[in-house]
Design a protein around this ligand. Structure first.
Ligand SMILES: [Zn+2]
Length: 211
């Protein structure tokens, strides 16, 4: 789309290359200033840049494709990466990123990152789930797996492949909205799927009011 627009622009400007470069540079400047998770895929590994909310920096992580494939089976692979911010802000008294913390990357079968969570300790505290998008006093719904399901259940037709994937995302770190984001599906569809899984006794959805 952008290339198309630029082409029209060039044609209308009779190959005015100077204008073309300004447009081109502006586009890439905008793209690069957004903290967007990125993946470079190589033959046997991927190089990921994930936005860590604690470092407020992109964190660079190499992950072996074999590791992802083994972890994926049919679901979503979760890569855990402990790190410290090598350049914490010395001026900031509230700076905590110099202490060890963890990012969780959700990686799909195309080796793309579909979600990132940052937290201190073993898992994010319940009050962190939902991120900054929740208004004070708003309700956060957090689905949690209550019964582990083997990949065999998909082959036996007991649950669908998508439901199996969703169960992997119901790790207590994601609100319903974040599950939808990681699954790259709409919230409505994910709520419907959760309803089915809840009736099968596989998940429970806990509700929390944000402070
Ligand atoms: Zn970090």
């Amino acid at each position: 789309m952008v290339v198309f627009v630029i082409n029209i622009y060039i044609n209308s400007q009779h190959n005015n290359y100077k204008a073309y470069f300004i447009l081109y540079k502006r586009y890439f400047f905008l793209k690069n200033t957004m903290p967007e998770n990125k993946v470079k895929k190589y033959f046997s590994l991927i190089e990921a840049w994930a936005w860590c909310e604690i470092c407020t920096e992109m964190v660079n992580i190499m992950v072996d494709k074999d590791e992802i494939k083994a972890g994926l089976k049919m679901g979503i692979y979760t890569k855990e990466h402990k790190h410290v911010n090598p350049y914490p802000d010395p001026e900031d008294v509230d700076e905590v990123s110099g202490q060890e913390h963890t990012v969780y990357l959700y990686i799909d079968e195309n080796y793309d990152i579909t979600g990132v969570r940052s937290f201190f300790g073993d898992s994010p505290s319940m009050s962190d789930v939902g991120g900054t998008s929740i208004e004070p006093g708003g309700e956060v719904k957090i689905p949690i797996v209550v019964k582990e399901v083997q990949p065999m259940s998909v082959q036996l037709g007991m649950i669908s492949m998508d439901e199996f994937k969703l169960l992997k995302v119901c790790d207590g770190m994601n609100s319903v909205e974040q599950c939808a984001e990681v699954m790259q599906k709409s919230v409505d569809i994910v709520e419907e799927m959760l309803d089915k899984l809840r009736k099968k006794g596989l998940v429970k959805v806990i509700k929390r009011t944000s402070e």
